[in-house]
Write a protein that binds this ligand. Structure first.
Ligand code: ZN
Ligand code: ZN
Length: 91
């Protein structure tokens, strides 16, 4: 049996890689987005849940808008996409 490092850092890392999307059970292709807390809970998600961006949209029952994303650096690419009209939710 392979010995796994028991240090907190490695345990946390393994836990992260074991986590899957609460909706589709798959591995989210990216976790590089952060919704506003209110939107996250509106979608029925708990703070520590992991969810693909497209699954979160399904759970929420509507398309995201730029205002659903928190104003944090991790969302820069997404917010830029919205500004450039790359993501153009149900107009
Ligand atoms: Zn370690
Ligand atoms: Zn998913």
């Amino acid at each position: 049996m392979k010995k796994e490092c028991p240090c907190a850092r490695c345990v946390k890392g393994r836990e992260f890689f074991k986590r899957t999307c609460v909706h589709c059970g798959g591995k989210p292709w990216t976790s590089d987005y952060m919704l506003k807390d209110s939107v996250w809970s509106e979608a029925g998600l708990k703070p520590r849940d992991l969810c693909c961006i497209q699954c979160a949209e399904v759970k929420l029952g509507r398309d995201f808008t730029i205002n659903d994303f928190a104003d944090v650096p991790v969302n820069n690419a997404i917010r830029l996409g919205y500004r450039m009209g790359l993501r153009n939710p149900a107009s």
